[in-house]
Design a protein around this ligand. Structure first.
Ligand code: 13P
Length: 344
């Protein structure tokens, strides 16, 4: 319970840096960066050594490869994070695989042998874990079979985490790909969360010791109607209020591929409108929405490390401001050289 509260304390959030090797390689390939273990290590070193990161970030989610890696000078990443006051966490699912009998749907795996893996990660210094279920939205899906299988797996994972003293981050992601209107995302998100909390209850999971990591309720990416930031904030929180028990200490949204500034703006509107009366902290656990500019600037070159770290720190600060309801798009305006301020 103490760790769960610490993960969302002080209007800070989480940094997801737990891309699997194949996801990380895909992002590197798109950015023109070589897809080697050393490139992945260097990039993660850049992230964990970013000056000031702990001012905005309470916890960092690592991947199996990353939790075993060190800085060039041999200092383990876990020690760098812990010394900076950032709680190390670990992604423990092994990814979403095709669900038998349900074309287009997936079930997240990783329960076999999980108890021993969690014990091992705990010895390595992890204090929380993450498991992501993926729910696609299209004609005729999601099915009950997909929702129930994923909810049950999430609950079994959460119970195992609590057995070894790790805080489970429970992440049921309703994807934003598709043409569906926002109302459909709301219906599905509500149904998924209802099932997840029913299963958490059935498996005896202590709700005071979990963090929920949901999607924001959004219109499909290619839907013709795109609601305003305030409408997204209202729909997201009114959906969550119906299904997330007040015992849960924190909700940390995933970004799901939203551009960084839009994710900050939406999180900001959520807090402006609901922070004062929300039973849970409303924070973030972003990967792409925090990392994207930094990855592009770095481009695999040592000479760009400092500029990339500044970009990472900047996005994390914007998201912390959003947790306070104090983010302003002006924070993202390019800085003018002093001589030009007030000029034409
Ligand atoms: P995004 O913020 O890029 O969606 O990633 C969050 C995450 O951890 C997905 O599991």
């Amino acid at each position: 319970m103490e760790t769960a509260r610490a993960l969302v304390a002080g209007d800070k959030g989480l940094l997801a840096m737990d891309e699997s090797t194949s996801s990380c390689n895909k992002r590197f390939a798109r950015a023109g960066i070589s897809q080697t273990e050393e490139a992945r290590r260097s990039y993660r070193e850049l992230i964990v050594t970013t000056p000031g990161l702990s001012e905005c970030i309470n916890g960092a989610i690592l991947y199996d490869e990353t939790i075993r890696q060190q800085k060039k000078d041999g200092t383990p990443f876990v020690k760098i994070l812990s010394d900076a006051g950032i709680i190390p966490g670990i992604k423990v699912d092994i990814g979403a695989k095709a669900l038998a009998g349900h074309p287009g749907e997936r079930l997240t795996g990783g329960l076999d042998g999980l108890r021993a893996r969690l014990q091992n990660y705990s010895k390595m210094g992890a204090r929380f874990a993450k498991w992501r279920a993926v729910i696609a939205l299209s004609h005729g899906i999601p099915s009950r079979g997909c929702i129930e299988a994923n909810a049950q797996a999430l609950a079994c994972y959460a119970a195992l985490c609590q057995e070894v003293g790790l805080v489970p981050i429970v992440e049921p992601e309703v994807l934003m790909d598709g043409e569906h209107p926002m109302g459909r995302c709301r219906e599905v998100t509500e149904e998924v969360l209802q099932n997840v909390f029913a299963q958490l209850y059935t498996q005896g999971v202590m709700l005071e010791g979990i963090i929920l990591k949901p999607n924001m309720v959004l219109p499909g990416l290619t839907c013709a109607t795109q609601e305003t930031i305030d409408e997204v904030a209202d729909t997201t929180v009114s959906c969550l209020l119906r299904v997330v028990p007040a015992a849960v200490p924190g909700i940390t949204f995933l970004s799901g591929g939203q551009p960084g500034k839009l994710a900050s703006s939406r999180l900001n509107a959520i807090n402006v409108r609901f922070k004062a009366r929300s039973p849970w902290a409303l924070a973030f656990s972003f990967a792409r929405a925090i990392q994207r500019p930094a990855l592009e600037i770095w481009h695999g070159e040592d000479a760009n490390v400092s500029a990339a770290q500044q970009a990472l720190y900047h996005r994390a600060c914007c998201d912390q401001a959003a947790c306070r309801g104090e983010y302003d798009a002006a924070m993202d305006e390019p800085m003018l050289p002093p001589g030009l301020i007030g000029g034409t």
